[in-house]
Every structure is written in C-alpha cells, then in structure tokens.
Design a protein around this ligand. Structure first.
Ligand code: SAM
Length: 329
C-alpha cells in the first residue's frame, strides 16, 4: 500500500541530504560562525533507505544538503539511484538542489548518470550583492557557469530559486524576471521562512507573493499558469510567452494540505515537516540490523504521524529542532 499519513496525504516525494557541510554562508540561512553539526553516511546507506522508500511509493527524489556537490561520489550515487523504479515500474524522477558553485563541471556527468532536473539557489543577479549574501567573494561567475552548463547538458527544467529577504534583495525581483527570459530558466521566488540559524526572521522580513507579483508587473504583465496540487510553486508566464517565474509562498499561502514530502537528513533521520520539533532515527533502526520490511514498518509508523501544518507567524509557533541547512531544503 502506498505511503500516506493520517490526513490521507500520499507521500510521493523524498529529499535526502547527503552532507551537512556547505561552502556558502548565506546571510538568511547561516550565522557565518557555525560549521556542519551532523555527520554523513556512506552512500550505500542512503541508497538502501531510498530503495525501501521507493518500494513504498516514492516517485520523486531530490538530493540536497548542506551543499550536495561537495560530496565526492555524488555522480555514482545518482547512477545507482537511477536504477530504481517506482512501484508502477516508471523511472524515478531524480533532482538536485545545489548552490551551483561546483555545477559547471558536474552538470554533464550528473545528467549522464541519470539526473533529471536541477534547481540552483541564487539570491541575486548582481555579482556584488551575490557576494554580500553568500559571504563568498566571486562565487557569482561559478554559479552562472553552473546554470548554463546545466542547461547545455539537457537537465530540464533548470530552476533558479531565490529567497527574498527584505533589506537584502527585494530590488532583484525585476532583474530576476529579465534573467529568466534571457537564460531560459524558471526563476522561483521563495518566501523567507523561520528556519535560519541566526533567528533573524520576523514577519516584516518576508517579501510575500503579492509584493513579488506587484513589483514584477511593473516590468511586464504576468499570466498565471495552472499548477499541480502538490506543486509548491504558483506559476506565471510573461504576457508575450517568453520566460516563466514561480512563487513559493509557504508563509502567506501555506500549502501544507497538499504536502507530499518527507526528508532524510545527512545523518539518516526522517523529518516529516520542515518545522518538525523531532526527527526519527531510520539509520539507528538500520544499524540495529533491521530487515527492509522492518524499515518499511518503521517508515509507515513515522509517516502516519506527519504534522498537519506549520504554525509560522502564530503565537504557538515553536521553532524547528534543526535549521534549513541541517535539514536539507
Ligand atoms: N546548498 C544547496 C542550495 O544552496 O540549494 C541545498 C541546501 S539549501 C539549505 C536549500 C534551499 O533552502 C536553498 O534554495 C536556500 O535558499 C533555501 N533556504 C535556506 N534557508 C531558508 C529559509 N530560511 N527560508 C526559505 N528558504 C531557505
């Protein structure tokens, strides 16, 4: 039976963090002083977890981190994942979320190994602003080269994710609209969530969906295009048909009711919500000698108890027990 939680949401989407390390220290994510906090597992362990989960109905698998491209062996890991089939004997949809710093050299090998799609995080199209946000001098050229290499290699679609934080990059909205049109990528703006190490979030720091739409329409009119229910982004095309943008609005327009995701952290814990206050030690179960069926039972029990929704901005909000970089976004 396909995995589902007690609210009847089918769980078809898995994100695996393969490292807690990151080579960027983005201001909205990191304090700049903390390094990795959690360990990483041999690829064979992630692979076994993935195999069991795909057997339970996972159709999409996203590799993330930390920064996943820091991990030597990631191409071979994708090659092994690509051998898995969904319960309908379809190929698994394998994506990656990366800061793109090392993507220029890896895009082609990843595509050949079986990667389907790539999402590159990039929070400014202005190189100086980019350096200010990432706290890494001259990374912009690498990331741009990575995005272009991803497109050339046939990874499709290439999405560029931009987290907007007031006072840092809301003036980049229109330049990103131009970038989407010029580079042939889908730019997706993400509302800033309270998942940062430094606890700097407040409602006032969030640049919301309405504001993005308003600003972008000063550049060119947008036409909304239909999106699948479980899709996180609302999608828009420019009126002349050239260029697509998306807006992921978990704060102003939560989509928890359609959430189909679970995550595995770099140290092998299952998280059923970004805002979970606990995680579930799947690797511990494995280490104690569990069979695949025991692992599947454990996973079913954990997924049953997936949280109904997040409580961002509500008086009873309790911060997640890990921040975004240590979960895997
Ligand atoms: N290093 C990879 C990258 O940069 O894409 C993967 C990990 S990163 C934590 C995953 C995504 O989470 C990035 O797109 C990042 O911008 C986003 N992110 C980090 N902190 C966030 C926050 N507080 N709110 C919304 N998105 C956040």
């Amino acid at each position: 039976m396909v995995l589902s939680d007690k609210f009847g949401r089918p769980i078809t989407d898995l994100r695996i963090s393969i490292t807690d390390r990151c080579n960027y220290k983005c201001v909205y994510c990191r304090t700049g002083n903390e390094g990795a906090l959690y360990g990483e597992l041999p690829f064979a362990d992630y692979l076994r977890m993935a195999r069991v989960l795909v057997g339970l109905g996972i159709r999409k698998l996203r590799i993330t981190g930390g920064e996943p491209l820091l991990r030597p062996g990631v191409v071979d890991f994708v090659r092994e994942l690509a051998k898995l089939q969904t319960t309908d004997f379809e190929p698994l949809d394998i994506a990656i979320t990366t800061n793109g710093h090392l993507l220029a050299e890896l895009a082609e090998p990843l595509k050949r190994a079986g990667l389907t799609r790539a999402t590159v995080s990039m929070d400014a199209v202005d190189p100086e602003r980019f350096a200010h946000i990432t706290r890494v001098p001259s990374g912009f050229d690498n990331v741009l080269a990575g995005i272009r290499a991803a497109r050339r290699s046939g990874l499709w679609p290439v999405k560029v994710n931009c987290v907007l934080m007031r006072g840092f990059n809301e003036d980049q909205i229109i330049p990103f609209g131009m970038f989407a049109r010029e580079e042939g990528v889908i730019v997706r703006f993400i509302e800033f969530m309270p998942l940062e190490e430094g606890r700097t979030w407040s409602p006032a720091t969030v640049v919301n969906l309405d504001e993005v739409l308003h600003r972008m329409s000063e550049y060119r009119p947008l036409v909304e295009i239909p999106h699948a229910r479980s899709e996180t982004a609302r999608r828009y095309r420019f009126d002349d048909g050239i260029g697509e943008i998306g807006i992921i609005a978990p704060v102003s327009h939560p989509f928890c009711g359609h959430c189909s995701r679970i995550r595995i952290t770099s140290d092998g814990k299952i998280r059923t919500c970004l805002f979970s206050v606990w995680d579930h030690d799947l690797h511990g179960v494995m280490r104690r000698g569990a069979s695949d069926e025991d692992m599947a039972d454990f996973i079913r029990g954990v997924v049953e108890r997936k949280e109904e929704r997040h409580h961002i901005g509500e008086p009873d909000f309790v911060p997640a027990s890990r921040t975004m970089v240590h979960i895997g976004g």
